[in-house]
Design a binder for this molecule. Structure first.
Ligand SMILES: [Zn+2]
Length: 242
């Protein structure tokens, strides 16, 4: 192997302490890697002293912390997907266990801590998912419409009409606003997060009816309409990983 020496080092950075493995290798430049388990590796040619590696890590601390956070977030979603196969799900920020119950009429209902799927054949897992998804779709629409009306009431004095709501599966955004169509599109996955998380996205999109850009004026309006939007956004991004 071309590793000459290995050293575990910890540096204090503006983004918190970072521990990393420093290796002198037969390489040309300083290389930095954040592995999927969150471990940080720096390799450098022999002429680069450990102190220079520390400085290199400090200079890239925000990128390193971001990578560690996003790997941790991916672990969280994996865990949640496993939970769903174990019969667990998150709705409005609360954990629910999915239970089946033999019944002649097929439907789902949400009770304290449980989503109960009433179904004829409780061993039919495909049918179970289908009943659950039908229920979740209707529930999501009901909640999103409730939030839309709540937020809209603050925009009526600004002359904004109630827009059309479209709910979609999206992988890159929480919502979008189509001013010319008078339409707001919301990401269905937001139903997993608490109401305030959904509300800040809806408020953001409503603000676009006034300012279609992300200008300073847009953020002034958003701050006024939803003063907690920064915390709401942080919480949403930590709970629901797209
Ligand atoms: Zn926007």
């Amino acid at each position: 192997m071309n590793t000459i020496s290995t050293d575990i080092r910890t540096v204090t950075t503006p983004c918190g302490d970072i521990t990393y493995t420093f290796q002198h290798k037969k390489v040309k430049n300083i290389n930095l890697r954040v592995k999927h388990d969150g471990n940080v590796f720096v390799s450098a040619p022999k002429r680069v002293p450990a102190k220079a590696a520390d400085e290199f890590v400090i200079s890239r601390s925000s990128m390193i912390q971001q990578a560690i956070t996003s790997f941790a977030a991916r672990e969280l979603i994996k865990e949640r997907q496993k939970n769903l196969s174990d019969g667990k799900t998150f709705i409005l920020g609360e954990e629910y266990t999915i239970k089946t119950m033999a019944d002649r009429r097929e439907y789902a209902e949400k009770t304290d801590g449980f989503i109960i799927i009433h179904m004829k054949d409780t061993n039919d897992s495909a049918r179970k998912i289908s009943i659950y998804n039908t229920w979740l779709k209707a529930f999501t629409e009901e909640v999103f419409l409730y939030v839309m009306h709540d937020v809209h009431s603050k925009f009526i004095p600004l002359g904004i009409d109630f827009p059309e709501l479209k709910i979609r599966s999206m992988t890159a955004r929480w919502g979008s606003c189509h001013t010319y169509k008078k339409m707001i599109v919301l990401n269905r996955r937001m139903i997993e997060a608490p109401l305030n998380c959904i509300s800040h996205v809806v408020t953001h999109e409503f603000c676009h009816f006034i300012h279609p850009d992300h200008s300073a004026k847009f953020y002034t309006l958003l701050d006024k309409m939803c003063p907690t939007w920064r915390e709401d956004k942080k919480l949403l991004e930590s709970l629901v990983i797209l």
